[in-house]
Design a protein around this ligand. Structure first.
Ligand SMILES: Cc1cc2nc3c(=O)[nH]c(=O)nc-3n(C[C@H](O)[C@H](O)[C@H](O)COP(=O)(O)O)c2cc1C
Length: 412
């Protein structure tokens, strides 16, 4: 039976476990580049044991970014920053994934801590947002008119997807996810809330899926066949007039026929006016992913509220989910996989960190629990510490001592 720490092979790529760091926009780029910040942040998660590591949504064109502080791969000059990151992730034992995206009508924004508002197109850090139809996401957050894309503009965006995929392969990414969720361009074409076109890109489910399928085709044509091509789909708008989950099951079947290797299931994000939003649900996406896996016959991933190791493991053991993607849990805890491994009684949790660290952690003399994290039995440890303090003993170390394995509280 597969579990959180089983390897996972998709096409020619094997993840060392089923734990991925979900893409998270960091608002830390200048001119769309990845720099030392990203090297530190992403390298640390790979060193912390994540099998798959995504930077953030990476824009295929400048106006496809969330803000001017967001990353892209629309320019050859951006490839080097990505290559440094992929090389570090690989050295640390992880697989580097890229999430290609275009924010569509939800771009031109301030970072969340600056108000998260949309910036007017005539401002220096704003731009004219685009979408399937002239329907703004909605005031007060995103009030500005949306330019409805012409068919030529749609074709140009598909070409930009392909160009970005070529650069992504050159930069060393081995896993490519198309971002068709969270209210961004692909998701807005798929949703009747944002797409009210009367041409071949609007109306029926088949027409609303066309933008996504053509983007997929454009990327599949240039992305190496042996590397996974996946997609995060806004599979449910949680709104009676929005994308319905049933439609998504059908569309993912079509995408599979167009060369999709795995579906990452998430929400539509085309309205704030959701009926029964899922924010606090810990298993809803696991069940939805499982349904897609069974009905479409395609590997699946999902995120949302799976940061408790036992739940993440259960999602895999149940057979519903192939890869668990963690967003917020990865921020405070770059070593989430090591912690989870200890929580789940994995025989070698430190086997997940780089082998030189693992050697020290498993062999260097010293009281195991005093590595400090996580406390195995805090009460016993505190009592032992206090007893030692009240009766201090000399700790004599002979010169030339060689490290010896820990005898108590060993790392396993
Ligand atoms: C800071 C932050 C930035 C995010 N940026 C992206 C993004 O660029 N692309 C994306 O698909 N999802 C993005 N998300 C959503 C996460 O990838 C993930 O799906 C979500 O946080 C749910 O997982 P969690 O419950 O483990 O946090 C972001 C989430 C956070 C917290």
């Amino acid at each position: 039976m597969s579990h959180l720490f089983s390897e996972f092979t998709l096409k020619g790529v094997t993840l060392r476990n089923r734990i991925g760091m979900s893409p998270m926009t960091m608002y830390r780029s200048t001119d769309g580049r990845l720099d030392d910040y990203h090297l530190m942040y992403l390298g640390a998660r790979a060193a912390g044991g994540f099998g798959l590591v995504f930077p953030e949504q990476i824009a295929i064109v400048p106006e496809g970014r969330t803000s001017v502080h967001c990353a892209g791969i629309y320019d050859d000059a951006q490839v080097e920053g990505h290559a440094r990151v992929t090389s570090m992730i690989k050295k640390m034992g992880g697989v580097a994934g890229i999430q290609l995206g275009h924010t569509g009508r939800n771009g031109s924004e301030e970072p969340p801590w600056a108000g998260w508002g949309q910036i007017a197109p005539d401002q220096p850090t704003g731009w004219q947002v685009v979408g399937p139809s002239n329907i703004p996401y909605g005031a007060p957050k995103r009030p500005y008119p949306v330019h409805p894309m012409t068919v030529d503009e749609i074709k140009a965006v598909h070409q930009s997807y392909a160009d970005a995929a070529v650069r992504a392969a050159e930069a060393g990414y081995e896993w490519l996810e198309m971002h068709f969720a969270h209210g961004y361009l692909g998701s807005s074409f798929f949703s009747p809330l944002a797409n009210q076109r009367h041409d071949e890109y609007g109306g029926s489910l088949e027409n609303r899926a066309r933008f996504l399928l053509e983007a997929l085709d454009a990327v599949r044509a240039v992305w190496p066949e042996h590397l996974p091509l996946t997609m995060r789909l806004g599979s449910d708008d949680f709104h009676p007039q929005g994308t319905q989950f049933e439609e998504s099951v059908t569309a993912i079947g079509w995408m599979k026929d167009h060369g999709l290797d795995l579906a990452d299931v998430s929400f539509g994000g085309n309205t704030d006016d959701m009926v029964d939003p899922f924010w606090n649900d810990v298993s809803a996406w696991v069940a939805k992913a499982g349904r897609i896996k069974r009905e479409v016959g395609i590997p699946v991933a999902t995120s949302w509220n799976l940061g408790v190791p036992q739940n993440a493991d259960a999602a895999v053991r149940s057979g519903d989910v192939d890869v668990v993607l963690l967003g917020r849990p990865a921020l405070p805890n770059p070593h989430w996989p090591v912690w989870a491994a200890r929580e789940l009684d994995h025989p070698s949790p430190f086997g997940l960190v780089p082998s030189d660290w693992a050697w020290w952690l498993e062999n260097f003399r010293g009281h195991g629990p005093s590595i400090g994290w996580p406390a195995t039995d805090a009460e016993t440890e505190v009592a032992a510490f206090e007893a030692d303090l009240s009766e201090p003993e000399p700790n004599v170390v002979a010169a030339g001592d060689v490290p010896v394995p820990m005898t108590e509280g060993a790392s396993r």
